[in-house]
Design a protein around this ligand. Sequence first.
Ligand code: PMP
Length: 331
Amino acid sequence: MNSIVDLIGDTPLIKLSKSVEPLDGSYYAKWEGANPGHSIKDRIALYIIEKAEKMGLLKPGSTIVETTSGNTGFSLAMIAIKKGYRCVLAVNSKASEDKINMLRAMNALVWVCPAKVSAGDPNSYYNVAKHLTKKFKDAIYINQYFNDLNVEAHYKTTGPEIWNQTAGKITHLIASSGTGGTISGVGKYLKEKNPNIKVIGVDAYGSVLKKYHETGEIDPNEIYYYRIEGMGKNLIPSATKFQYIDKYIKVDDENSAYKSRLISSSEGIFVGYTSGGVLQAAYQLDLDDEFKPNSCVVLIFPDHGSRYITRIYSNQWMRQQGFGQKEGKIN
Ligand code: PMP
């Protein structure tokens, strides 16, 4: 490889065993933690940056702006180093010090914005990002929730990889939905290959996506605090293409946390929080008899567990959340 960037994509599909023993069918994990930036967001970061280069929007020394302390920020920062761009991230003051340090280690300029202001406030991270995009010369704003290139990246890479790796045998795709880029891009590709493939989105309790998909209504009563990061949303991202999604399943924080731990400890794949959410959705779907013995189910595991060692992999954190107290699950 000429650089770390060349390692993005072409991730493995791994057969699951112990963690899916009670379920009907065969289960495969698309292991996105194997990307060099440890998440699926490497794909969209590279795709959007390379599109901008082709369009002449990025030149050496240009600036890339985004509003995230999470996986996308890390991926953009990593790629910006190799390609000679400045990466500026406007992040919410709720972001942990560890996350901010991680981004700074990757050379990003991190702008910490107050969490307790409305989206319309000039100090909100949305408005700071817009301002920074104007302020820096030759800057582009990635805007992953409202950028169709996010969907296209998965249509061009993740979708075909899954189709080829299952030799077209896939019957179900289960993927968490945040920006919706993954499920929309992969879902579109798979439905074009075989419209009978079921595309199932995973949403969090506390998010509006499932109800919006079913009724077209953005219900403010559906919005409340939850812990899983990267899944669900309090608004409707234009990168979510609902026409490719058959249905949504909602999962809760506690079961998802335990399913992440189950994957790590029984498969040896050290996964993040949303991967557990996706496995939890498979368990709920199995109770509804969604799967048959010949089902071929692909679960997308978006990122690596190393980002969650002070959260779902910390017994202290789990106890503080009140998880597993009654069942005595934490030792
Ligand atoms: N899991 C994690 C850990 C994420 O960071 C994201 C991105 N928000 C997702 C799942 C969902 O992916 P997408 O944004 O493509 O819907």
